[in-house]
Structures are given as structure tokens and as C-alpha cells.
Design a protein around this ligand. Structure first.
Ligand code: CP3
Length: 345
């Protein structure tokens, strides 16, 4: 049997139940690690870090050296696509990403689909380096944002509390907004195909803000664009495992799973465990869903919840993860404890 067939993460994604579930953590490379902060400083800006294959490779490997996760996730960001399309982007201390907002179909003309790979080439180089430098049982995950979530930053110009601009656009001018989604479906599919060519073994699609959509708009702006991307990937790589993360969508996660064609789904912190085991894990392998703030807090409360999550999902195909990304204030020793508990040590 080849090594790739025995990797724990790939086994779960193929539908195998394992006594010890594989684990990784969303945003596992980041500011909670002192060695990340040092490399980040060396790189200069966050974008410089994303576009420096050697340094991006280094920060991807940092959490693996400490905790031996079962997956490495490419170090990059979901907003590299708008950046590569030509939308000015910067990351500001304490403020997060800031973009020159685009708020009408007329604003789309400046996006240049033909040239994105000139900008994104260093990301493919990072993937290719990682595919030979990660440990042999570790699986390499490539990723992108789902069109809806990426569009939310492109339209709002930053993280938002109420999503006023993007929501008014979909209600006022759905055809115009669909043109933006089409650009994102095409560029994201291409971007992910190149990651797979470079060595990514699994793809995760982050739809962090899917839960902002009203129920009757969810299919059109989250499910459909994701399905088109999954179809585009499978046309070239029929067996490619894809993990979806439609955050905050409640019971609509069932339609999401059935209609997008994802291989597995990542559950957010609010998803009831027993309900998800019955209604979602009966359809596909699930990943999740410890509250990242419980990982910050640690102690008995964290240990209880980890045990509960494993007890609920562990008897079917399962990948342990957080319900959202790790936060910068996480004590590294709590991550070590989590790894110990999962591995049963
Ligand atoms: O380790 C990994 O998971 C790989 C790298 C990764 C990053 N961002 C690095 C990053 C991944 C998978 C992402 C995904 C991402 N980026 C999402 C979806 C997942 C989620 O958490 O919801 C979103 C919405 C973004 C957009 C983004 N990038 C925001 C809102 C921010 C600012 C908030 C923050 O955490 O600082 C970023 C910046 C960013 N992306 C950082 C990192 C490590 C911090 C930047 C820094 O080092 O200064």
C-alpha cells in the first residue's frame, strides 16, 4: 500500500473510522506561536510572508514541529484572489484586511482574470516545497475562500458587522452581483487546480460568512458557487477530497452537503453535536468543532468538551478540529494538551 493511502486524514476522508481521530486546527499557523511572530517580522508585511515561498513554507511547518498535526495547511490567505485580480489590499495591525471596496457591476471591469497566476505563482511554489518537506504521514491541504465570503471583503472593504453593502447589492442588483461571483468561481477554480497540480492532496473551501445570508438566498450565493468550484476541480481530479466550511448556516448545512458535492464538512462551534452526528455525519465525514475560546481557556472545561466531541463523532469517520480559527491569545501549552488528549496519551 502506498503511503498516501495510509495517511490518517485521507483515511477519514475516504470514510474510514479510526480509533484515534486525525486532527489539525484551522489557522494553526499564526500569532499564538512566538516562532510565527519572528518569521512574520522577518518577512515585513503579511502579504510579503504569503508571497515568500521559503518563509510561507517555514510558518506552515512550525505548528507541525510542536504538535505533529495530521495535516499541514498551506500558509496563504483567502484574500490573495482579490489581490491577484487587481484589488488593492493591505493588512493593518489591529484592524485586519482593508481593500478598496467594489460596490457595483461597473467596478468589475478592472479585474483581470488572465494575469492572476503571475501574482499567485509563489503560492504554488510554497505548495510544491511543502509536498516534499512535510512528514510522511501528514496530509497537505490547499485552500481558498468561497466566492460569497471573498466577495464580502471585496464589497465591504473590510471585515463587517452587518454586511450592509453586499446584502443591499444582492437584493438590488442580483445580476450585477452574479458577475462578481462568476469572476470568483472562475479564478478560484483555477487557483485551486494549480494548488493540486503543485501537490495539495485535499482542498478546504472556507465560507466563513455564509451564515449572514438569509435562508432563501443561501442556495444561490453559497451552495451554487461552491458546487461549481467542486465540479470544476473534479472534472480534472475526480477523486479529489474537498472539505467545505459553511459557517453559521444551521440546518442548511444538510442541503449544502447534499448539493455541493463536498467530501466532508467542517462544523462550526454552534452546531449541536448529537444533531450533527445523526443528520450530517450520516451523509459525509465531519470535522470539528471545539470552540477556539475554550482552547484559550484550557483546563477541565476544555478537556470535558474534547472528550464529549470525540465520544459523539468518534465512532464514524471524523477529523478533530476547532469550530473556527485559532485565536492569537491561545497559550501554546493548551494546544499541546489538546494534542495529548486526542492521541490518548
Ligand atoms: O494556518 C492556517 O490556517 C493557514 C493560513 C490561513 C490564514 N488565513 C493566515 C492568516 C488561512 C487558512 C486563512 C483563512 C482566512 N483568512 C479566512 C477563513 C477562515 C476564518 O478564520 O474564518 C478568512 C475570513 C481570512 C481573512 C483574514 N485574513 C482576516 C479577517 C484576517 C485578519 C484577522 C486576523 O486573524 O488577523 C487575516 C489575516 C491573517 N491570515 C493572519 C494569518 C496568520 C494574521 C495576520 C498577521 O500575521 O498579522
Amino acid at each position: 500500500m502506498s503511503v498516501s493511502q495510509t495517511k490518517p486524514l485521507l483515511k477519514s476522508l475516504r470514510g474510514e473510522t479510526q480509533a484515534t481521530p486525525p486532527f489539525w486546527l484551522m489557522r494553526q499557523a499564526g500569532r499564538y506561536l512566538p516562532e510565527y511572530r519572528a518569521t512574520r517580522e522577518q518577512a515585513g508585511s503579511f502579504l510579503d510572508l504569503c508571497y515568500s515561498p521559503e518563509l510561507a513554507e517555514e510558518v506552515t511547518l512550525q505548528p507541525l514541529r510542536r504538535y505533529g498535526m495530521d495535516a499541514a495547511i498551506l500558509f496563504a490567505d483567502i484574500l490573495l484572489i482579490p489581490h491577484a485580480l487587481g484589488q488593492p489590499l493591505s493588512y493593518r495591525e489591529g484592524e485586519g484586511p482593508v481593500l478598496d471596496p467594489v460596490r457595483s457591476a461597473a467596478g468589475l471591469a478592472k479585474f483581470d482574470l488572465g494575469r492572476i497566476h503571475d501574482t499567485l505563482a509563489p503560492v504554488y511554489e510554497t505548495v510544491s516545497r511543502l509536498s516534499s518537506s512535510i512528514p510522511k504521514d501528514c496530509t497537505l491541504i490547499g485552500f481558498a475562500g468561497a466566492p460569497w465570503t471573498v466577495a464580502s471583503y471585496m464589497v465591504e472593504g473590510r471585515g463587517s458587522k452587518d454586511y450592509t453593502h453586499i446584502k443591499r447589492w444582492i437584493f438590488k442588483d442580483p445580476e450585477g452581483f452574479a458577475a462578481l461571483i462568476d469572476i470568483l468561481v472562475a479564478s478560484t477554480t483555477d487557483y485551486l487546480l494549480r494548488q493540486v497540480e503543485a501537490g495539495a492532496e485535499v482542498i478546504q473551501i472556507f465560507d466563513t460568512w455564509a451564515g449572514v445570508l438569509p435562508d432563501d438566498e443561501f442556495r444561490k450565493w453559497s451552495i451554487e458557487p461552491t458546487r461549481r468550484i467542486v465540479d470544476g476541480l473534479r472534472a480534472r481530479y475526480p477523486a479529489l477530497p474537498v472539505i467545505g466550511f459553511p459557517r453559521g448556516v444551521g440546518a442548511n448545512i444538510i442541503d449544502y452537503v447534499k448539493e455541493t458535492g463536498v467530501t466532508a464538512v467542517s462544523l462550526d462551534t454552534g452546531t449541536p453535536l448529537a444533531w450533527a452526528a445523526r443528520e450530517v455525519q450520516s451523509l459525509v465525514p465531519v470535522q470539528g468543532n471545539l470552540d477556539p475560546l475554550l482552547l484559550v481557556e484550557g483546563g477541565a472545561a476544555m478537556e470535558r468538551r474534547i472528550a464529549e466531541i470525540i465520544a459523539t463523532f468518534g465512532d464514524k469517520p471524523f477529523i478533530f478540529n476547532l469550530g473556527h480559527g485559532i485565536t492569537p491569545q491561545t497559550p501554546p501549552e493548551n494546544v499541546a494538551r489538546l494534542a495529548e488528549l486526542i492521541r490518548g496519551k
